[in-house]
Design a binder for this molecule. Structure first.
Ligand code: ADP
Length: 286
């Protein structure tokens, strides 16, 4: 990887690599700076590694490009040089919700309210635009410098027409809805809502609702929505009631995004923003 990236056919643009941000399935992400000192996240995907995956890369770029929302990582443009294709994105400088939950153990209900509102807003916008994310999880929800959530990684996302049911299982097993694991049933947008239920549980309890050791045990656990609330973490009945209503194995009976948003849980105190100290310790909103 060169220290300075120069897009082909754009003689006036260059991006200096400042830092490695992380490696994903088939991309490496860097913090970069342009000539006027603006910083971005730049995801580099090696052309040689494409093979038949070129379609997937183009699918990710096309879908991600269409989505402009305060809680979705902004994709500014896509360019290439001789060896790589690059996605130039909004920089999320505080890692992901996964890192925050690992550092903190669990988040407070006030924080979870704020973050659930941001997630529901962004996913509602995707669904209104017929886009299903298909890989919503703590690791794909990034944190901006102000600790706002930004949903990213559209590598598995897909556009759905009005009646189509998808049947190819994809995503990350502990977040997969029962209907994804039942190809004859097939799945639509409700499966993203299930993943939001798993995310809410993980934020509140610092552990996963479905986490059995073997994949086949995990699948059984998901199909039966067989989860428990740990007794060592104090969480309100209202919050637990909402999680149970989202993690309904019957996709037709699962809460919709607007039903979730109207749930009693959201009547509790909700901060406008989190202090940067929330990355390490529970904020005191008194
Ligand atoms: P892949 O699709 O190949 O899994 P990701 O899009 O998840 O790749 O990116 C890989 C890693 O790069 C992420 O885990 C994260 O650490 C980092 N990353 C991705 N996008 C951003 C961003 N916009 N800002 C900051 N870091 C990012």
């Amino acid at each position: 990887m060169p220290e300075v990236i120069k897009p082909s056919n754009r003689p006036n643009e260059e991006y200096k690599i400042l830092q490695l941000l992380g490696k994903g399935g088939f991309g490496t992400c860097f913090k970069v700076e342009n000539q006027v000192g603006e910083v971005f996240a730049l995801k580099a995907i090696e052309k040689q590694a494409f093979g038949q995956n070129l379609d997937e890369v183009l699918n990710e770029a096309n879908i991600h490009f269409k989505l402009k929302h305060p809680h979705i990582v902004n994709l500014y443009d896509v360019f290439d040089d001789s060896d790589y294709v690059y996605f130039r994105m909004e920089l999320c400088s505080n890692q992901s919700l996964f890192d925050m939950v690992v550092n903190r153990g669990e988040l407070t209900e006030s924080e979870v309210r704020l973050y659930m509102i941001q997630i529901i807003d962004a996913v509602g916008y995707m669904h209104e635009n017929n886009i299903m994310h298909r890989d919503l999880k703590l690791e794909n929800i990034f944190l901006s410098k102000d600790l706002d959530l930004k949903i990213g990684d559209f590598g598995l996302s897909t556009e759905l027409n009005s009646t189509e049911r998808k049947r190819n299982a994809c995503g990350t097993l502990p977040y997969m809805a029962p209907e994804i694991l039942t190809p004859k049933v097939g799945y639509r947008f409700e499966a993203d809502i299930w993943a939001i239920g798993v995310i809410m549980y993980a934020m509140l309890f610092g552990s996963m609702p479905f986490g059995r050791n073997t994949d086949s045990m995990l699948v059984d656990q998901i199909l039966n929505a067989d989860f428990e609330f740990p007794s060592d973490v104090e969480v309100s009945h209202t919050a637990k009631n909402l999680i149970s209503a989202i993690l309904n194995p019957e996709y037709g009976a699962r809460l919709t995004l607007s039903e979730i948003r109207r749930h009693f849980f959201f009547r509790g105190p909700t901060p406008v923003q989190l202090p940067i100290s929330a990355l390490e310790t529970a904020p005191n909103f008194e």
